[in-house]
Design a protein around this ligand. Structure first.
Ligand code: SF4
Length: 345
């Protein structure tokens, strides 16, 4: 059994594409294709990648809001993938999700008080009076007022709606929260407030977060470790400081080179990637990044290997994992890039 708080192994989520006169599956979208990582108790793991890379699908599949096509998710001594409906329902008390679009995820016909109370009702927790008390204390915790309980979601701003979503997720006192792009739809000034709130709540309630985002600068401040996804696979995972200071995978280097740094003395060279992210219906062979990878495309021998062999995720030391055949060559090409000095924000 896993020694970690949660261990995800070889997770897959493939969606069929139906076609022909019999509407049979004619192709598969391999949105998540063999994702493995672990979560430590009380940490925040940022899961980052461009849109369509499978990061949100990974979060939803872990919670079984989408049924996995393969792999395992070990949590609290059980493999979530093997649980039946009733077992999964009771396990959900420990795992909640915060969604990107707080408006779409809140029922417009329910008052805010009923929205926050609903998970307590579903899990038969407390009497009506106790639940009411809990709702009021949750509102206060997320920075809203008592009278807000009687109002409806449309009466709130985007940031306030996300606070309501957070209060709802906290209601049943989960241990793990999957936050799916929780600040992407918010103004930059509000993003920082919501991130600070999530950090305070994490400390107070000893929460573990899987924080999904498409932007490396958003996850930097909240994450203890960061995992980078590309086309259904994780290509790099490391301690946050290490990943920002010394990225090893060419894709991570390219993503980071586009993040502005507020220090005139550090001028990372912008790495421009050729082409768009390929379709997950017809993912490239070998390393999926090879058609866009500057390291592979600089040398025909490398390109041949990258085209035919899928690199495994290997620990380079100190739990810095990366999936690339040519890390030393990448260091030579890009230099040992220090995108951030340790501790620099
Ligand atoms: Fe680039 Fe090859 Fe490394 Fe993939 S394995 S990232 S294609 S060098």
């Amino acid at each position: 059994m896993s020694k970690h708080f949660m261990e995800v192994k070889s997770l897959q989520k493939h969606f069929p594409i139906f076609g022909g006169i019999f509407s049979r599956p004619v192709a598969w979208v391999k949105a998540v294709d063999g994702v493995s990582f672990f979560l430590k108790e009380g940490e925040t793991l940022g899961l980052v990648g461009e849109s369509g890379c499978g990061k949100s699908t990974t979060g939803r599949t872990i919670l079984r809001l989408l049924e996995p096509s393969g792999g395992s998710v070990e949590f609290m001594g059980r493999d979530l993938v093997t649980l039946d409906r009733a077992e999964m329902r009771s396990m959900r008390r420990n795992m909640q999700m915060i969604f990107q679009d707080p408006y779409a995820s809140l029922n417009p016909r329910m008052t805010v008080g009923s929205i926050i109370e609903e998970p307590l009702v579903i899990h038969s927790i407390g009497t009506k009076v106790e639940r009411r008390k809990k709702v009021l204390s949750l509102l206060a915790e997320v920075g809203l007022r008592e009278e807000h309980a009687a109002r409806y979601p449309h009466e709130f701003s985007g940031g306030q709606r996300q606070r309501i979503g957070i209060a709802r997720a906290l209601a049943i006192e989960p241990r793990l929260i999957v936050a799916d792009e929780p600040v992407s739809a918010l103004d930059v000034s509000i993003q920082a407030q919501v991130i600070n709130l999530l950090q305070e709540l994490q400390e107070r309630h000893k929460l573990t977060y899987l924080f999904v985002a498409h932007n490396l600068s958003v996850v930097e401040h909240i994450s203890d470790r960061v995992a980078v996804m590309y086309l259904g696979k994780i290509v790099e995972i490391a301690d946050s400081r290490k990943l920002y200071a010394e990225p090893k995978h060419p894709y991570t280097r390219a993503l980071l080179s586009a993040v502005p740094i507020p220090d005139p003395d550090i001028k990372p060279k912008r790495i421009i990637l050729e082409g768009d992210v390929p379709s997950p219906i017809k993912a490239p062979t070998g390393c999926r990044f090879h058609p866009r990878c500057p390291v592979a495309n600089a040398d025909p021998t490398r390109l041949a290997k990258c085209r035919s062999e899928d690199p495994p995720l290997v620990d380079l030391g100190g739990e810095h994992f990366t999936a690339c055949h040519y890390v030393p060559e990448a260091d030579q090409i890009f230099g040992i890039t220090r995108h951030r000095q340790p501790g620099q924000s």
